[in-house]
Write a protein that binds this ligand. Structure first.
Ligand SMILES: [Zn+2]
Ligand SMILES: [Zn+2]
Length: 130
């Protein structure tokens, strides 16, 4: 039951959730659910390849319904998270598999790029000098 609810919350959103944010969303459906349950189920879903997990440059872990490895972009000012085209990622995996052919295989790769979103860029350039 918690597993089904957590999976549907993740599936219905393109957002990246911290474990606490996910817990609050699940609580809207199952008010009595505990954080430890959400944590345990999420770990199982990640292990089963049904949810994705990414560690951001600020150390925060985010969870999402998209399990395939993909490239993230984060605004280091407002912390908004986006995806960018992962054709580079696919060729990187191919190249790694060639260079690691005597060692093993690469199934996924995590890339987190960071910078400033346009809004934050504008805010910083327009802000009066401190
Ligand atoms: Zn993502
Ligand atoms: Zn921003």
């Amino acid at each position: 039951m918690p597993r089904t609810v957590i999976m549907s919350v993740l599936a219905q959103s393109v957002d990246h959730f911290t474990i606490e944010e996910l817990w609050h969303s699940v609580q809207e459906i199952v008010p009595e659910i505990e954080l430890s349950t959400v944590y345990r189920v999420v770990q199982a879903l990640i292990g089963a390849g049904l949810a994705g997990e990414t560690r951001l440059p600020n150390g925060i872990r985010v969870i999402e319904g998209l399990a395939l490895s993909h490239a993230h972009w984060v605004c280091s000012s407002c912390q908004q998270i986006g995806h960018f085209s992962d054709s580079t990622l696919e060729s990187l995996i191919l190249n790694l598999n060639v260079s690691l052919r005597d060692t093993g295989t690469v199934k996924g790769i995590q890339i987190v790029a960071w910078g400033l979103c346009l809004q934050c860029q504008e805010r910083t350039t327009k802000a009066p000098p401190q």
